[in-house]
Design a protein around this ligand. Structure first.
Ligand code: AMP
Length: 305
């Protein structure tokens, strides 16, 4: 079962306290799609300019990512530049050049429209809604978002929330969206806005998964060496969506499947931050993902004596 993923494809310039790298493959859809591809084929919707390297396209194809929905148009690819501070938890956007993104209207090829599992990776809620309008009968729709859209497109985001099954966002965004400083209250408040499920990410402190009747606390894999946090959230979301697509047999998705999906997403994100851009995912084997998941389980489970 393929998963449909729409989002940004970017060329990033990234600066950390120890290194600076220009022209890196980035974008929410890029990270999400490669991460999802560990579990299921991906139908990919996005836009790039003519400056986008064919090596990146070959990499996507090598990961079983279908590019029929990727528009390649005259002009330059979306560019984003970010700088991390000493603790790597805080980052500053240095510049954004929308380029071909400015006039982007995502169009689903006919074969993508009956997607059952859909990931609306981080792009404007208006475009996310436009993609959803073109799907025929999705069973589970996941949306990712960011502080920018809560600031400048809140009404459109609220419209989207009424149409999705799950929202993924980080702790700061959850507080910003709801005005609640307590994260449990914030997660519950988001559920009241529409999504039955909320995955609330807390960076190196793991993730909280809210369901209608259940709650799951997923730890983050403890890492001593972190080189580039860019795309951790997108990698997480892609892992969740890809895993669900691999499990989808027409029945309602269970909370147990969502727990598993979130655990896989966390572990994939922990690999992604070990190197810049998508470099770590280029060499990562599924057996390594599985080993790390086992080790995360071993280090975080306990008995009640
Ligand atoms: P994350 O670290 O998960 O927030 O995602 C980082 C990626 O998001 C980078 O590769 C950027 O190219 C991309 N990005 C940054 N700003 C935006 C935006 N406004 N819309 C879509 N993607 C963006």
């Amino acid at each position: 079962m393929s998963v449909l993923i729409v989002g940004s494809v970017a060329l990033d310039d990234i600066e950390t306290p120890v290194a600076k790298h220009p022209d890196l493959l980035g974008g929410s859809a890029s990270y999400s799609a490669v991460s999802a591809s560990y579990f299921s084929p991906v139908n990919f919707v996005g836009i790039v300019g003519e400056d986008f390297s064919s090596a990146h396209l070959d990499f996507f194809r090598s990961r079983n990512i279908d590019l029929e929905g990727l528009q390649i148009v005259p002009g330059k690819t979306f560019r984003w530049s970010g700088k991390y501070h000493t603790d790597m938890n805080s980052r500053e956007t240095l510049s954004v050049n929308l380029n071909v993104f400015e006039t982007f209207s995502p169009e689903l090829p006919p074969s993508y429209r009956n997607a059952k599992i859909v990931l609306l990776a981080n792009i404007s809620p208006e475009l996310q809604n436009h993609v959803l309008d073109q799907t025929t009968a999705p069973r589970f729709v996941i949306a990712d978002t960011m502080d920018l859209w809560i600031n400048i497109a809140k009404e459109e985001l609220l419209r989207l929330l009424r149409r999705v099954n799950m929202l993924i966002l980080n702790d700061g965004e959850a507080r910003q969206l709801t005005g609640e400083s307590n994260l449990i209250r914030a997660g519950q408040a988001i559920q009241k806005l529409g999504p039955a499920y909320v995955a609330l990410k807390k960076g190196e402190h793991g993730c909280l998964l809210f369901g209608p009747n259940d709650f799951f606390v997923c730890p983050a894999y403890p890492l001593a060496d972190l080189h580039d946090p860019t795309g951790a959230g997108d990698t997480f979301a892609g892992g969740v969506a890809g895993y669900l697509a691999s499990q989808d047999e027409g029945a309602e998705i269970s909370f147990e499947q969502l727990r598993q999906a979130v655990a896989y997403g966390s572990v994939l994100a922990s690999f992604n931050v070990e190197e810049f851009s998508l470099e770590r995912l280029k060499t990562l084997e599924f057996s390594e993902v599985k080993d790390r998941l086992r080790s995360l389980k071993a280090m975080s489970s306990f008995d009640v004596a």
